[in-house]
Design a protein. Structure first.
Length: 317
């Protein structure tokens, strides 16, 4: 019972104090609500490989809460499937997931208490055989083990880890982050795999982020619902098919930009709309050939040029 994700506002350089977006319903949070209008579909099949309730106990039974079908269809908060330590769930969809401007899918867990977060790595495949992991970051202090009922994990310290938000809010993932993997077709993702992050800081059992840091989360969770609890995976698309077909490229700089800094555009649009992943509009100003946004976050700018348009992601720090 728990949750998480994040999008970078401050670049990492191996420092443990890097800051990411915070809990759901706080300024700048990227959390996707389960009834969001940008959700266009949900997983249609799920196969689970259960992990033990306590991987450090050789006689531990497997987690067994919930059934595979609980991860199919819309997130419900109550109907989940528990993965156990290191367990995994592989889901498929009615249609392959495409890389579109903005986040492409969101993973839902069922944390009911802020700070009690059970985390998981997220991997994708375009052939069902070869999976590639989103580079995850966990900057939770690892000088002490997060206990099985502790509630002090902070969403701001987590990036690309499912389970960082409360129940009902999904962690968004953007396939554009994996565009350098040439053997992965981010325009046709057929499978998404969720792998429980074993939260032990003991190197005998624990799992690690992209920087070699232990992913410190509640451990041990020696009960049937131990490990990550998958509630659903939603497909996202803030654009209609007609809008997708009318997209045109446009360049602008700087990106990332600082809050309040002018961003210079290649061309002045006829119309401009700026919004975040939840469709909220920040305070911004538009002048000839430039715009500036007063708050930090990840935003999407829709530029209209006659009958054509462009949607671009803008990061403001």
């Amino acid at each position: 019972m728990k949750q998480a994700i994040a999008l970078v506002f401050v670049l990492l350089s191996g420092i443990t104090s890097a800051q990411f977006d915070g809990p759901a319903d706080t300024p700048g949070s990227l959390a996707i609500y389960r009834d969001s209008s940008i959700i266009t579909g949900w997983a249609t099949s799920c196969t689970v490989v259960r992990g033990p309730q306590d991987i450090s106990n050789a006689s531990s039974p497997l987690a067994d809460y919930g059934i595979e079908s609980n991860a199919i269809g819309p997130a419900t908060i109550t109907d989940v499937v528990s993965l156990g330590d290191g367990g995994s769930a592989t889901v498929t969809f009615a249609q392959p997931i495409q890389d579109v401007p903005g986040p492409d899918f969101a993973v839902f867990e069922n944390s009911v208490i802020g700070g009690f977060l059970e985390l998981a790595f997220v991997e994708v495949s375009s052939n069902g055989l070869d999976f590639y992991r989103f580079p995850a970051t966990s900057n939770t202090p690892n000088d002490a083990q997060v206990g099985p009922f502790d509630t002090w994990i902070e969403a701001e310290r987590l990036h690309n880890l499912a389970g960082k938000y409360l129940a009902g809010y999904g962690v968004p993932f953007d396939l554009a982050e994996l565009d350098s993997i040439t053997v992965l077709d981010i325009s046709a993702i057929t499978h998404v795999r969720i792998v429980d992050a074993v939260g032990s800081i003991d190197s005998s059992w624990g799992t690690y982020d992209r920087n070699g840091n232990p992913v410190n989360d509640p451990f041990p969770t020696a009960f049937p619902s131990g490990g990550f609890d998958l509630d659903g995976i939603a497909v996202l698309n803030p654009l209609s098919n007609i809008e997708m077909e009318s997209l045109v490229p446009i360049s602008f700089y700087p990106n990332p930009a600082m809050a309040g800094e002018w961003i210079h555009l290649q061309h002045s649009p006829d119309q401009l709309t700026i919004y975040d992943a939840l469709g909220r509009t920040p305070t911004y100003e538009c002048a000839s050939g430039k715009i500036r946004i007063d708050s930090s976050g990840v935003f999407f700018a829709r530029f209209q040029f006659g009958s054509r348009q462009s949607v671009q992601r803008i990061i403001v720090e």
